[in-house]
Design a protein around this ligand. Structure first.
Ligand code: SF4
Length: 922
């Protein structure tokens, strides 16, 4: 046993052991400084599960619990302390990440990581000694009373405060410290001055500064996309540019140059939309070049997200009141959230300054319940309306020069008619344009399911059982209804009609089956049809079946359900009409706050009546009719880890580009659709561009868009290798796992393993995690760790020799420059899933070429992750020897592609990635 050098000088740190858990090794540092390696069983035997034991310091208690196969033990989680001391700040949630964030020495072994936890605790507690705000002490006292493990140490570290100051302090009433928004006059419509190619180049040069190295590709790109900012000549034909920019071109600043110029000279707003919330943050970061002054940037740049992303202060207040009243343990997590509310820039819980790991520690469900997920906002009737994060975000976006949005929000605005914004943008840049149709598909499809029905019932009736705080219609608009004689009875009629929707426990009743009425009875028949028709009914994963021909009784049940839903929709429309009368009353016009509330209530009711219930009713009516040419319908039984989670009837557009073009593209005056992967390497460029126009919806414009392709500046043939392993049977998971381990070991980490199925990923992880850890290589895995994908990617990026296993979300969302990503291993050729929707789309997206095109784009996407900077090097390995040569144009010209046995692939990987001077084989 070793003795830690820190053992002798504990001033503030609780006298507690420290615990670090890997998959193979678990290290325990005693308060006396003794370090021991334990088995999971030995570690569990030391912990406090409420019957006595020790409370160790850990980093990310949930992840540690998963690795120890133990839940419910007491722990001093350093991440909780970090969140309390440094709210709204980020750190990678590992001992090394903590050390880096606090400027401490980097731990290199697990024993050092244990010591680092104690050192980090001391550093954080010392920081608290300088905090003079009595509000922090008041919060710590509340958390301590609720049993927060860090409470005593935090209170010991904080300076004392006067009782009167503590009484005055906001404590959990965190909203008190927030500034209120001020109403501003609406902006005038934007002008129509164009941006020339030369102006775009000049603006780009200014953004980059005189000292920047020349990047001719970036300037060419900026000049090409400037055409999208010319005035429109026809009402149905925006100025459209489809621009492919290889990795490394620097497309973000490339399009920001003309976009910012247009916005300034026309007093307008350009919406830059990307695929994920993390990419939104990345783009917002690059806008520092445009507005180096943070005050200016706050004025002119807004990261716009859907309201379900923001903390709702009313939900928070209700949660805090309930927890306080019960003296519940949840006071401590709420105290951490209160600290964050006081420090956050925008109140954004997803991808903003709320650390992803904090949601993992507190519980995603608990954090999600603090957002306005179900549209229960009561607008100006809310006591926090003028401090509301959602309201601030919506208002700021109206006056911004650049709004950084995401595709899902833009599509939802279009599909649902404006949502929170009456002002529809006229200029867009769609980055990550290859994801546009997936977002359009989600927004314009119809899904009638048990869960959706349950959600609507909750929106209408509120919480009927249990501890839920859901506010129903009566609670949200009861006071508005009182002003109208007719409205009260109509509201009651709507609430009675809503009882047709599925109630809690519908799953069980539907699975059991017979004699159910209404919605649940219909779902039972849907489930029966899926189980009868699906080829793989016993599979543990979700299954589906064609909607036609229906089994006996389904069409009749659909008709009865449609009639019930129509009654509900009619009542909601009448209720909306009553409220609208108040809005349009010339003699007694409502004051602005009330007007906004009435307006939101009317829109919410009409949206549910027309879009949701109307869409469901039409779908149900069509089940007995022949299929329509533009849509496809199918039935589904969803399962999560073998358990049934939903029963649904789905309708999708076969080409979601049609509604996207009609509602977003054609009303716009100008748009850029851009990506690194719009074309798939197809030999004939004309065919490739036609396919790109189809895949982005732009083929539905009267005139074709301008096309631009700017090649990557990277030297891919020198910087990368592509290896296809020829001797691994893809269905032999033992051999596949061994191949992953050998290749990751040859690269000494920095490896991304990509899988086409979660079950294969888990099987490989289970076989190789301990072996890699024995070599000092951390193996992270999506679907295995108690961490979200974004957290895993953060760790993977920060820990240069770690490895990560993942599926599609990892393939499409990883941006890891440098040595942290130097090897990609694919387990199988990523063919599209041959489901009912795919089969329906095939004829309209290229027939026999559709599968190849999708697969080439996926390979291209994955390969593109390897080289993010001019000095990156990487190896791409396909373990599936069935990769056909016709897919190889997915990769850049000139990159060597070698088919070889595993042993040779391992050698080549080690050789190519070895640091130091390069040695090419003879
Ligand atoms: S205005 Fe709406 S979203 Fe904002 S805090 Fe109040 S209820 Fe929540």
């Amino acid at each position: 046993m070793n003795r830690s050098p820190e053992a002798s000088e504990r001033v503030l740190v609780p006298r507690a052991p420290a615990l670090v858990a890997g998959f193979r090794e678990i290290v325990w540092l005693s308060p006396e400084g003794e370090i021991a390696a334990l088995s999971p069983g030995e570690a569990r035997a030391r912990l406090d599960f409420g019957r006595g034991g020790e409370t160790p310091m850990v980093c990310h208690a949930r992840a540690v619990a998963r690795r120890l196969d133990a839940t419910g033990f007491a722990a001093l989680d350093l991440l909780e302390l970090f969140a309390f001391v440094r709210p709204a700040q980020f750190c990678v949630p590992t001992p090394r990440g903590l050390a880096a964030a606090l400027g401490l020495a980097t731990p290199r072994t697990m024993a050092e990581a244990c010591i680092a936890l104690a050192t980090a605790a001391r550093a954080l507690l010392q920081q608290l000694q300088a905090e003079t705000d009595p509000g922090i002490r008041a919060l710590a006292m509340a958390a301590e009373r609720a049993g927060w493990a860090w409470g005593p140490a935090v209170l010991a570290a904080l300076p004392p405060a006067e009782p009167a100051a503590l009484r005055r302090a906001a404590g959990l009433r965190a909203w008190q410290s927030l500034a209120e928004w001020q109403e501003r006059a609406p902006p005038p419509p934007p002008g129509n001055l164009p941006v020339s190619a030369a102006d775009a180049r000049t603006r780009l040069a200014a953004l980059l500064g005189a000292a920047a190295e020349a990047r001719p590709q970036q300037a060419d790109y900026a000049a090409s996309v400037a055409a999208a900012f010319a005035p429109r000549d026809r009402p149905d034909q925006p100025q459209a540019v489809l621009a492919e920019a290889g990795t490394g071109v620097g497309k973000t600043l490339g399009y920001i140059a003309p976009a910012s110029l247009w916005a300034e000279q026309n007093q307008g707003t350009v919406w830059v939309s990307t695929y994920t919330r993390n990419l939104q943050s990345q783009i917002a970061g690059e806008l520092d070049r445009l507005y180096p002054d943070p005050v200016q940037k706050r004025r002119h740049v807004v990261v716009r997200k859907g309201r379900e992303n923001f903390l709702c202060l009313l939900n928070y207040e209700e949660a805090a009141q309930a927890a306080n009243a019960r003296g519940a343990q949840s006071v401590a997590p709420l105290a951490l959230i209160a600290r964050w509310i006081g420090a956050t820039a925008a109140g954004d819980l997803v991808g903003g300054d709320f650390p992803g790991w904090l949601a993992e520690l507190i519980g995603r469900g608990r954090v999600g319940a603090l957002a306005d997920r179900r549209g229960e906002c009561i607008h100006s009737a809310c006591p926090h309306f003028r401090r509301c994060f959602v309201e601030k975000n919506v208002r700021a976006a109206r006056h911004a020069r650049i709004v950084v949005a995401n595709h899902a929000l833009v599509m939802a605005q279009a599909a649902l008619g404006g949502l929170d914004d009456a002002n529809v943008p006229t200029r867009y840049v769609f980055d990550e344009g290859h994801h546009l149709l997936a977002a359009a598909d989600a927004a314009f499809s119809v899904r009638l399911s048990g869960q959706e029905g349950r959600e609507l019932r909750r929106w209408l009736l509120g919480a009927e059982t249990g501890r839920s705080r859901a506010r129903g219609l009566q609670r949200r608009i009861g006071d508005l209804v009182e002003a109208e004689d007719e409205a009260g009875p109509v509201l009651i009629e709507a609430l009675v009609a809503a009882r047709i929707l599925p109630a809690d426990g519908w799953h069980q009743r539907v699975a059991e089956g017979h004699g159910l009425p209404g919605f649940e009875g219909f779902l039972a028949l849907v489930r029966r049809q899926v189980l009868a028709r699906a080829a793989n009914g016993d599979a543990g994963y979700g299954i589906e079946a064609e909607a036609r021909p229906p089994i006996d009784g389904l069409v009749e049940a659909a008709g009865r359900l449609a009639a019930g839903l129509d009654r509900l929709a009619a009542a909601l429309r009448r209720l909306a009409a009553c409220l609208r009368r108040q809005l349009e009353d010339p003699e007694n016009p409502p004051e602005p706050g009330l007007r906004q509330r009435l307006d939101a209530a009317v829109r919410g009711l009409e949206r549910r009546a027309d879009r949701q219930l109307g869409g469901w009713s039409a779908l149900l009516g069509d089940l007995g009719e022949p299929p329509r040419p533009e849509t496809v319908e199918w039935l589904a039984l969803d399962r999560v880890e073998g358990a049934e989670s939903d029963v649904a009837v789905n309708r999708s557009w076969i080409d979601p580009g049609i509604p996207f073009a009609q509602t977003v593209v054609q009303p716009a005056h100008g748009l850029v659709v851009t990506s690194a992967t719009l074309t798939d390497g197809e030999i004939d460029p004309e065919i490739a561009w036609h396919a790109a126009e189809a895949a982005t919806g732009l083929r539905h414009l009267p005139e074709r868009p301008r096309a631009a392709r700017i090649a990557s500046p990277f030297d891919y043939p020198a910087q990368t290798r592509i290896l296809i392993v020829t001797d691994i049977p893809r269905d032999d998971l033992g051999q596949v796992a061994a191949a992953f381990a050998a290749l990751m070991s040859a690269a000494r980490g920095g490896a991304l393993g990509l899988f086409t199925a979660v079950a294969r990923l888990k099987a490989v992880h289970q076989r190789i995690a301990a072996a890699l850890e024995a070599q000092g290589l951390l193996l992270l895995a999506q679907h295995v760790e108690a961490m979200a994908t974004a957290t895993l990617v953060d760790i993977f990026r920060a820990e240069e020799d770690s490895c990560l296993l993942g599926t599609d979300a990892v393939r499409d969302g990883v941006d890891v420059p440098g040595r942290s990503l130097r090897l990609i291993v694919f387990d199988r050729v990523p063919w599209p899933r041959p489901d009912i929707l795919h089969r329906a789309r095939k004829p309209v997206f290229g027939g026999p070429h559709y599968d190849d095109r999708i697969t080439r784009l996926r390979l291209r996407q994955a390969y593109g992750r390897l080289v993010r900077r001019a000095d990156d090097r990487g190896v791409f390995v396909m373990l599936d020897r069935a990769l056909p040569s016709r897919l190889l144009p997915a990769f850049p010209d000139g990159v060597p592609v070698t088919r070889l046995p595993l042993v040779a692939a391992v050698e080549e990987t080690a050789r190519f990635l070895a640091p130091g001077p390069r040695q090419e084989p003879a």
